[in-house]
Design a binder for this molecule. Sequence first.
Ligand code: ZN
Length: 129
Amino acid sequence: MRHSQPWGQLCPHIQCAQYNLRIQGNVSIIATYRTQSGRRRMCQCRTCLTIVAETRDTAIFDQQMAEEYVMMTLKMLLVWVDFAGISFVLGVTEETELTWCTRAAQKAMEVKAHWLRALPATQVQLNEL
Ligand SMILES: [Zn+2]
């Protein structure tokens, strides 16, 4: 019998004892599925049994478009291509671009907060940074 592997994901269920705690060993890969952008994994928290896609809360979660379109959009935004220009080139709506951008910005803030938490600095020093 095949056993699931522990994975470094966090449990997204707010009522779980392991909620939002990283690398606790409670989230395991239980299945994989194919998308047009490749293989994706489904994970399960062994504490509360919540099942979650590995792409949850990312810009590519639950999208009809291939992941490369999301990444191209985000890269074009970084070099100041406007939403209308991206819409013309890729054939996606500006509303979709805004959704991808918002999700990517949220994840970037989470990553930034995580790394700043690990810095041995005071709040005043962080504010100056
Ligand atoms: Zn859980």
